[in-house]
Design a protein around this ligand. Sequence first.
Ligand code: ANZ
Ligand code: ZN
Length: 813
Amino acid sequence: MKSFMYSKQTDQKWQKKWQETGIYRFDETKITNKFYLLEMFSYPSGKTLHTGHWWNYGLSDSYGRLKRMQGYNVFHPPGFDAFGLPAENYAIKTGVHPSDSTKNNIAAMENQFRAMGTTYDWNYEVVTCYEEYYKWTQWLFLKLFEKGLAYRKEAPVNWCPSCMTVLANEQAAGGKCERCDSDVVHRNMTQWFFKITEYAEELLSGLDTLDWPEKTKAIQKNWIGKSFGAEINFKSDNDTITVFTTRADTLMGVTYIVLAPEHPLVDKLTATDCMEQVTAYRDYTANQSEMERTSTAKEKSGVFTGAYAMHPISGEQIPIWVADYVLQNYGTGAVMAVPAHDERDFEFAEKYNLPVIRVVNGNGDDKSELPFCDDGILINSGIYNGLSSEQARQKISGDLDVDEKGKQTVKYRLRDWLVSRQRYWGAPIPIIHCEDCGDVSVPENELPVKLPYNVEFHPSGKSPLSSCAEFVNTPCPICGKPAKRDTDTLDTFVCSSWYFLRFYDIKNADVPFDKTRVNQIMPVDKYVGGIEHAAMHLLYARFVTKALRDMGYLNFSEPFPSLFHQGIITGKDGKKMSKRNGAVSPDVLIEQYGSDVFRMYLGFGFSYVDGGPWDDEGIKAIARFVSRIGRLAENFTVLKAEKIAIEYAADEELEYVRNYTIKQVTNNLEVFSFNTAIARIMEFVNAVSDYQKKQNRNSIYEEALLKDLILLLAPLAPHLAEELWVYIGCSYSVHNQRFPSFDESKLIRDTINIAVQVNGTLRDVISINNDMDEDEIKQKALSSTKVQISIGGKYIKKIIYIKGRIESVPNYV
Ligand code: ANZ
Ligand code: ZN
């Protein structure tokens, strides 16, 4: 008898065979049966895969293997998110050009993914920094630009002084740079934005249709931040001033109104004797930028117009001022000023001696100093006194609506997505700036705008590309005059906002994806990745999908209807994994134990949803478990050599365990609960081992048991299962077999134990037969001595029987 062996050599043997036979090639002819499994792709930033990668990609692969064995045509493509700061920072650290280091890193990672034994079909590999990919990232930019969904404006932006680049709001949440944790500062710069706000409502309402973790939906919902503001009308003679406010609750505290200097009503309303100073003030503000005007540091200024407007509730006459801290292009260009509860209004009122009326107290009647800008409880507001700010906003805007004096408006917290970066390692923005023609698209047939190789990429705060004259200077595509290319590159989140659309048409050189093909393969049936992307990648990808749908390229609205987040494996100290805190390189463990021992160890040692701190203590136990399985197979081959049974004879007790195991493992794997699945398989191994100790072993039955065991193992230990499968005499490949199914009827046991309670206290456990009806069960419960004693001859008020579980006999005293 040949003894059973599993090692790293086993892995290599089968990896070679899988590659030769193309077993994981996606079958394009069976597209209607597709199952698109995708993991959020990785950054090729370090040199080798660490345990975290094995965790993310190895176990998700096990899920894909289950789907294959359930008969799905699984589409499981690999990819690399190769542009962006991690690759660039790595290159800066090592002195190697980002393009070279990235290519090397990708090659090393590809090999390791093979060593992991993944089901990736390498014919569909996406690498975002290759020209044939970023050409289409640029195409996406141009499509959005043509649709008015990409635009350029000067804006206060988040600037990371350490990475020397701007960041999206999402990357600067909490005032810290997402990449390096430095404090983010604000700068005014001209930047490119994607108009994600245009889709705010649909991004919000679409969440209801998604099979996503509730927590993630809540994060997106909160980030989109739908809230209700109000527009309120103040009458002034024959004109109406409409103000926009988010604080309708402070309406009774309004002491003046401010119009932006450019507001069209300024000329009309201003009293003759005030005209001179109003005109002078307007000239003065005309020379200032939006930034200067809204700077909090700047001293407030303004002038009185000599006109008044009527308060919509009190009917009082409110003075109308002109001031530059109100902007014409925001809201309605007019503000109701409430100095008691707004910083700017307070400062202004102090300076010009305007009244300050407090209308909101802190909770618990806290009369803190003014201005008090939080929500609280209303005072000095007539019938609204005592309401909370939130209640008052609803009530006041509701009341105004009835009289057509105002209405609720919707407001979102979501801001447009800032996509330009002053960094080298990204897709150049395909725009040419011409003095005469403005911002001009690079013609589609000239894409890609190639990222030049010889550029000083160390960060200086200026776009590295601006120092590259050959890149910058180019004729205007419209008028032919000398013009300049945009020198910013696209945020790497733009690359990943559409990559899932490219995989299935990776070789297409004419379009980013063929419409028919993309609609066949999409949406992704299961998306697996970390929750840290909840308000970034997962939001951007939804936006881009909806925008492309509206341009007629896609016939679906959501790219990822079903999402799973794995937890995080941390270092021994609970912090992000690094060599220092005990992260053992997978290579070492694989060398010693083999890939499947490592994969199963990760699956068994940690809960996939929760993750946890790294600990390699238990890996030996998994290695022993693998040897035990090997011995079961050896014992079987000995039996088979000695005596072949003539007919199949099942062991009744074992049939229960077998069917139970199959049911549990299937259900557990469906929800990524690898640890419980492996625990059930371990119990099954014990049961089979007990069977092998019996005198009258039946070889046909035993073969059936072992086959099921190997099939159950196949998703979790793909090389080991392949080796076992062939070892017991079956033919290649175990991965083309169906996952075992179970017989529900075998799970009903003839006798079951049920608990009997009296007045809610457990008194006895009785054994009943499956075919007993309710009356018989009640009789049996009452005949129990223990139950009799606790009832003590008292009157029984009610007997409740809950099927298969419990009987309760409350008595009446
Ligand atoms: C009355 C009020 C009372 C306000 C109060 C605030 C606090 P966000 O949240 O940023 O949208 N506002 C409205 N239009 C403006 C404009 N064109 N230029 C400058 N400021 C403008 O800010 C909305 C608030 O900013 C509005 O709510 C308005 O001031 C001001 F205790 O109205 B508020
Ligand atoms: Zn031009």
